[in-house]
Design a protein. Structure first.
Length: 363
């Protein structure tokens, strides 16, 4: 029987024992010095590192410039087809489309025809009825006529007066005047044209002020109110500002949207009726901070926020984005005032000391 395998196994077990349980004794026997634990230098701690230079924006909470955008179009403040109320031939020189007219200005004059004679006849019958009524009243007083006869004479007098009133109205209707100041969209009726009741003399538009008409969804209409500030960007690029003056109480049965009207000034009449407009209606009642886009960052958990100065150190503050504009983001969650790091925030973490240079708040 050979003892070599047993001896080898015994030596391996002894070496393993010494290596694991008697490591220090084995290392000392082999002449290896004990490794000393090196502590991290105090200077590597965040609070003891040199401060980082950062630029800080002192920001105050302001009303948020927030709103909803609607697609719509411009519309004349008033548009009316001025129509004739009587018949007759036009005897006035026509006014051409594009002419500015004032309230009460003559648009069309009709030939009086037989209307003047009809008025004279009505007046004559009125005089006759008045005489008959006076005579009837005197006879009734003396007992020579019945009350029924007197009542009949009064009725004839009132009928004659009504005929005079109608004839005078017909004479008044021979002249058609502008009901309000505006601009003619069509020529007035041509000289010599025969007008009938209901025929159009001219179409007139009032363009100052002018309306912007759009349609809001059920969710949008809950967030707006009459009197709010609104504006629009027109198809030509120009912008206008006005007030929200009307919100429909009844929705369109097909689209379930509500009509919204904004009134804006149009002193030079450059805005035309029916132009495409992108309507912006501002919302109020919310405050926030307007910060540059570059100031926003993410923490290790992926939460969006900004780094602010907290005493002499930096601190991460989560924020909620309220609205986006060309000047930056409106955010909430920072309180009434905040010192937001806008340059150098990439090089600091919470607790890192900072050296601050302030930037003026231009928002």
């Amino acid at each position: 029987m050979r003892f070599t395998p047993f001896l080898t196994a015994a030596l391996v077990c002894a070496f393993t024992y010494m290596l694991i349980l008697e490591r220090e004794t084995l290392l000392a026997f082999a002449g290896v010095e004990k490794e000393e634990t090196v502590e991290e230098p105090v200077s590597n701690r965040i609070e003891d590192k040199p401060p980082v230079s950062v630029m800080v924006l002192k920001s105050k909470a302001k009303p948020v410039e927030r709103g909803i955008v609607l697609r719509g179009q411009t519309a004349a403040f008033r548009l009316l087809d001025v129509k004739s109320e009587t018949s007759g031939q036009v005897i006035s020189t026509p006014l051409r489309a594009g002419t500015m007219v004032g309230e009460g200005e003559l648009l069309c004059r009709l030939d009086e025809g037989t209307k003047k004679a009809s008025l004279a006849e009505a007046k004559a019958r009125l005089a006759e009825a008045q005489a008959n009524n006076n005579a009837s009243a005197s006879l009734v007083q003396k007992g020579y006529a019945s009350e029924t006869t007197a009542i009949s004479r009064v009725a004839q007098l009132e009928a004659a007066q009504a005929a005079v009133d109608r004839a005078e109205k017909e004479m008044d209707h021979l002249e058609i005047h502008a009901p309000f100041s505006g601009i003619l969209e069509t020529d007035t009726a041509e000289f010599g044209a025969l007008m009938q009741p209901g025929a159009t003399c001219a179409r007139i538009l009032e363009l100052n002020p002018i309306k912007l008409v759009g349609f809001a969804t059920e969710q949008q209409v809950k967030r707006i109110a009459v009197g709010g500030t609104a504006g629009a960007r027109l198809i030509g690029g120009e912008t206008v500002v006005g007030k929200l003056t009307f919100i429909s109480r009844s929705s369109d049965p097909q689209t379930r949207t509500f009509k919204v009207e904004v009134t804006v000034p149009n002193e030079n009449l450059k805005i035309r009726d029916g132009s495409t407009a992108e309507i912006y209606i501002a919302l109020s009642g919310e405050t926030g901070h307007l910060l540059p886009q570059s100031s926003l960052t993410l923490n290790d958990e992926g939460v969006i926020g900004v780094r602010v100065v907290n005493g002499e150190t930096a601190k991460f503050m989560p924020v909620n984005i309220i609205n986006e504009t060309s000047d930056g983001f409106w955010v909430s969650g920072l309180g009434e005032t905040a010192e937001v790091i806008v340059v150098g925030q990439e090089y600091v973490v919470t607790g890192r000391r900072v050296t601050v240079t302030y930037q003026q708040d231009e928002s």
